[in-house]
Design a protein around this ligand. Structure first.
Ligand code: FES
Length: 145
């Protein structure tokens, strides 16, 4: 004797099929998303105004945004301006200027760089990336070299 409509077996088959489809979707969707090309970020910035020249004092440092990265403008004790990527070459912490040491310092693991961006002490494996600094009118302009 068969009942009209859907049988128990047919119902369970469909339920199992839906479960398999849902499982496949949960596996395939993240894989597809992983391999999709990420949306384009902002275009690479090649030059920014870091600050106004009037606000730069000798033996000081200023961390500023250079596109998506932090950068640091350093005015040495002699007043000479230099700029570097502020991303430590060890584990990507942001460096800072220590006016008491007259060095660029990374507080994460006591990394130390000189005023030319060369790694002096601690774990940083290579120098900071240097940028070009020019003063145009009142603006301190930092550019990729
Ligand atoms: S991240 Fe800078 S010293 Fe480790």
């Amino acid at each position: 004797m068969t009942e009209p409509g859907i049988s128990r077996r047919s119902f369970l088959d469909r339920l199992l099929g839906l479960g398999v489809l849902a499982w496949l979707g949960s596996v395939i969707y993240p894989v597809v998303e992983y391999f999709k090309t990420p949306p384009q970020g902002e275009a690479e910035v090649t030059s920014v105004v870091a600050t106004k020249i009037q606000s730069v004092k000798p033996n000081s440092g200023l961390v500023f945004r250079f596109g998506r990265e932090p950068a640091i403008l350093v005015s040495g004790p002699d007043g000479k301006l230099r700029a570097f990527s502020a991303t430590c070459t060890h584990l990507q912490c942001t460096v800072q200027y220590r006016n008491d040491l007259q060095k660029i310092y990374c507080a994460c693991h006591n990394g130390m760089y000189d005023l030319n961006g060369r790694n002096l002490a601690g774990p940083p494996p290579r120098p900071l990336t240097e940028f070009q600094v020019t003063v145009k009118g009142d603006d301190v302009v930092v550019s990729r070299t």
